[in-house]
Design a protein around this ligand. Structure first.
Ligand code: ADP
Length: 904
């Protein structure tokens, strides 16, 4: 640049490219040179150009753009003034300044490192922040932060940050940065330009939207710190280059990291110490020079080491249990010689019972190639674990024994490409089937499955894979070739993706149960056939008589199909009375007396009546409630009819036998009438008939006619067939009926008939005519016996007593004679059919046996004994429970069950 000056130093003209323009004063005069330079430079321009021209002149001009222009120039005199030749020395000055700044910066950084080294641990973050602030102010960085790779495994974190007034807050202390810095790892440790950073969106977000500047700190392990500056980008001609920035960063981060590492190590050491104390564990080291071991404080006491933790090796070995000692010694030796580390569990050798109770695990490492190498390790009290191991092993052994001795095989199948292959079987496989796992693995299971069960077996695998579990039964061949029925329960286990991994299952040998079930089924089948084919009627019904099952014979009798009978009511075939009696009988069934037999009378379709002998057996629940009745019946109608005919025949025989007596009986009124008629006729012939006399005779005749008619009527009634169903009647009627037929005849033979019937009325169920028949039989027998006696003893006075009495729930009829009784040896035989002691043609031997049957059919009992003077026959009949003649207030006594059918 050239400036032309006048002798007073006013600028006349400017030439050159440095961008300083010539200015003029308001009145158009040239301005002094001082007006073109900065105030500092203006101070140099006192005096005249002559004085300035002695030295070179450093002037800062004010450029067109307002910036200072550093120049160095010389004045040379011209004809009419001065010429100032100047050249730009801006670069030179900046260089110098940068050098200064660099020196100061490094000085400052050195001080920073010193402060960090000396700061107390708690003040470290604060000191770091202050140092960042100083840096920021010096380099005019709005925001600064120091991110560290924190020791102790905490990873990347913003350790300290500073931001100037009004600067945006990009970071906070303690902010974790693992994700954001990930992109920088593994790259060259260098400064990152803004455009480079902008390719990493995560970093970009972290560094705000202005330009940013990142300075790495590199250690052996790689980058361990970053200095963030934002929004900031140093000028290329800035005082600090990348290397200096890294140095600044290193002065800050290096000592800081060292302090933090130290802290964390101390922390860890403390933790380790505490842990060792808690575990009763610790390190040890072998000192070859002194043939001793050095033990951690936590161990020193337990192993009786000296205060420094030293213990002669031989003493140490002596404290190891003899069982483990030699092995330990040998292994230690080999570690020392061959550099092989090892781990051994050993027992402490203490006298007394606990000797096996304290276990230690010794871990040994060998380091270094020097001879001897460094042998050291770790000791851990594992008594707890050993005790647990022992109890777990015992429990495991128990479980194994249990599984092995169980009648079940537990197995595991491995899933491989759609197939399930045996992988494990409990030891019970051998005892149960005789196979080994290896054999099952070789041959496959399917081959050993019974051919008939193949379908089941293959379906099992399919549904196992589909549904995840399955339960089925099939037969598997054992080593001897026999088949076992197995209940197979198996479950599929899947991995987290839902793909089949393996199947765990159990085989239960259910051969016996299955065969037993089979036998039961077969037996049931046999019984079913038996029931179906039985000629007897068999059925099951509920207590309210609803049929649950009926076999074919029963259905045939009832004229329908067996299946129609289920649900039908048995009562439909019974008369109301029969049904009532039937149900009363069922009420009498108890778990102790579950069986009852009776003859029941039914009204069958198409037949008049049917008589069935019916045996019921009650089925009870645990509370003794009647659930169901099982019954077997047989048709007794024919027998019944024959019996009726027999009774009828017997009656007719009685009538026949009594014909003489009856003739006498009839003769009596006839004689009376004949005499009355003869007398009346005689009087009529004499014409002496008086009305009163006539009426008297006629009344007498009428009375005799009535008497005869009564006898004839009764004979007719007696001779009639009995009713089909039993009726209620008073036994007195039977006594009277019998006497009406017999008394005259007896009297004629000189037999005295005495009655002791009492006034009480009774009701019994049965047939009055049949009971009359019984009484006649008894009285005729008594008469015969007495008349036989009279033949031998003419003075003998025959006498019969007929009595009627109530004995608890029974009505008792008694026929007693004085004919001398029955030979005691014959007492048991007299009820047998055809037993008689009477001469041929006189006795039939049927009277008492028929009588016995009749009384039995009425639910009663006929018995004989010898009284004082003769035989005494008793007929006990159950009183009808609802008898109206019951004495009020007297409880009806229960009819003893099972009495019917008992012989007296
Ligand atoms: P039958 O009268 O035809 O002989 P029964 O059955 O009526 O047949 O009697 C059987 C036997 O019992 C008689 O033959 C007799 O020996 C004996 N018997 C029955 N009743 C008496 C009685 N009241 N006293 C003595 N013996 C009797």
């Amino acid at each position: 640049m050239l400036l032309a000056l006048d002798p007073q130093g006013r600028v006349l003209g400017i030439a050159g490219a440095l961008g300083v323009r010539l200015g003029r004063s308001a009145n158009g005069q040239a301005l002094p040179l001082a007006d073109f330079v900065t105030a500092n430079s203006a101070a140099l321009l006192s005096g005249t150009p002559e004085q300035w021209a002695r030295d070179c002149l450093d002037l800062d001009f004010i450029g067109n753009d307002g910036r200072a222009l550093h120049t160095r120039g010389w004045l040379t005199a011209t004809r009419d003034g001065w010429l100032f030749q100047a050249m730009d020395i801006g670069d030179l000055i900046r260089h110098q300044e940068a050098g200064d700044q660099r020196r100061q910066a490094l000085l400052h950084a050195g001080q920073a490192a010193e402060r960090i080294r000396l700061a107390s641990a708690s003040l470290l973050p604060q000191v770091t922040t202050e140092l960042l602030e100083a840096l920021a102010l010096r380099w005019r960085v709005p925001c600064m932060a120091l991110a560290l790779y924190m020791p102790g495994g905490q990873g990347w974190q913003v350790y300290a940050q500073y931001r100037g007034h009004g600067a945006p807050g990009y970071w906070q202390e303690g902010q974790r940065l693992g994700q954001e810095l990930a992109d920088l790892h593994g790259r060259a440790p260098q400064r990152w330009s803004w455009s480079q950073l902008s390719q990493h969106p995560r970093l970009f977000a972290l560094l705000g939207d202005g330009p940013a500047f990142l300075v790495p700190y590199v250690e052996i392990s790689g980058i361990t710190a970053w200095l963030f500056c934002a929004p900031f980008e140093p000028d290329t001609d800035s005082a600090l280059g990348d290397a200096e920035w890294q140095q600044v960063c290193a002065q800050l981060a290096g000592p800081l990291l060292a302090r933090l590492r130290d802290q964390s190590q101390r922390h860890e050491g403390g933790r380790l110490e505490a842990l060792q104390g808690m575990l009763g564990a610790g390190w040890w080291e072998y000192l070859p020079a002194t043939k001793a071991v050095l033990l951690a404080p936590a161990l020193a006491h337990a192993w009786q080491a000296d205060e420094q933790g030293r213990l002669p090796l031989e003493n140490w070995l002596q404290q190891v249990h003899p069982a483990d000692r030699d092995e330990f010694r040998a292994r230690l030796r080999s570690a020392e010689l061959n550099g092989q580390g090892f781990t051994q569990c050993l027992r402490l050798y203490l006298s007394g019972a606990q000797e096996a109770a304290i276990w230690h695990r010794v871990q040994t490492q060998v380091q270094g190639t020097a001879t001897p190498p460094r042998v050291f390790g770790f000791l851990l009290d594992i008594s707890d674990i050993k005790a647990q191991e022992a109890s777990a092993a015992a429990a495991h052994a128990r479980l194994r024994n249990l599984i092995a001795s169980a009648p079940a095989v537990i197995y595991v199948l491995r899933y491989e490409d759609g197939a399930l292959l045996p992988e494990f079987c409990s030891e019970s496989l051998g005892p149960m089937l005789g196979w080994t796992l290896a054999e099952l693995q070789q041959g496959g299971l399917a081959e050993r499955v019974h051919p008939e069960d193949h379908d089941i077996f293959f379906a099992r695998s399919r549904s196992l894979l589909r549904d995840g579990q399955v339960s089925c039964r099939y037969r598997l061949r054992d080593r001897q070739g026999g088949y076992h029925w197995l209940l197979d329960e198996v479950r599929l286990l899947r991995n987290e993706l839902g793909q089949p991994q393996e199947a765990v299952g159990i085989w239960l040998d259910v051969t016996e149960a299955t065969l037993a079930a089979e036998r039961v089924r077969e037996s049931e089948e046999r019984y079913r056939i038996l029931v179906e084919d039985s000629p007897a009627m068999i059925c099951r019904y509920t207590p309210d008589l609803v049929l649950r099952f009926a076999n074919r014979p029963l259905a045939d009798y009832l004229e329908c199909r067996p299946e129609e009978l289920a649900g039908a009511n048995l009562g439909a075939w019974l008369s109301d009375e029969q049904r009532q009696t039937f149900q009363e009988r069922l009420i009498g069934l108890t778990p102790e007396q579950p069986v009852s037999t009776a003859e029941i009378c039914l009204q069958l379709p198409g037949r008049e009546h049917a008589w069935w002998i019916w045996a019921d057996r009650g089925v009870f629940d645990e509370h003794g409630r009647l659930l169901e009745v099982q019954a077997v019946g047989r048709d007794n109608t024919e027998v019944r009819k024959a019996q009726q005919q027999l009774y009828q025949g017997a009656k007719m025989a009685t009538l026949g036998e009594m014909a003489t007596g009856l003739a006498h009986e009839m003769n009596q009124p006839l004689n009376v009438m004949r005499m009355a008629v003869a007398n009346v006729l005689k009087r009529l012939a004499n014409d002496e008939v008086q009305v009163d006399y006539l009426r008297d005779k006629l009344l007498r005749i009428e009375a005799q006619v009535q008497r005869a008619a009564r006898i004839v009527d009764h004979m007719r009634v007696f001779g009639r067939r009995s009713d089909v169903e039993q009726q209620l009647f008073d036994p007195r009627e039977a006594v009277e009926g019998a006497l009406s037929l017999l008394s005259e005849g007896l009297r004629g033979k000189g037999v005295d008939v005495r009655l002791a019937l009492g006034a009480e009325r009774f009701a019994v169920r049965g047939f009055a005519d049949q009971l009359e028949q019984v009484l006649i039989n008894l009285m005729v027998n008594a008469r015969d016996a007495m008349l036989g006696k009279k033949e031998k003893e003419p003075d003998f006075a025959p006498s019969i007593l007929v009595g009627l009495e109530k004995r608890s729930a029974w009505a008792e009829l008694r026929v007693e004679d004085n004919g001398g009784g029955i030979d005691p040896r014959l007492l048991e035989k007299i009820f047998e059919p055809f037993f008689t002691t009477k001469p041929v043609g006189k006795g039939t031997g049927l009277g008492l046996s028929v009588s016995y049957g009749i009384v039995q059919q009425m639910g009663g009992r006929l018995s004989a004994e010898n009284g004082v003077e003769g035989a005494c026959f008793r007929i006990a009949l159950p009183l009808f429970a609802d008898s109206p003649s019951q004495v009020p207030g007297e409880e009806p006594a229960a009819v003893p069950t099972g009495l019917a059918g008992q012989h007296g």
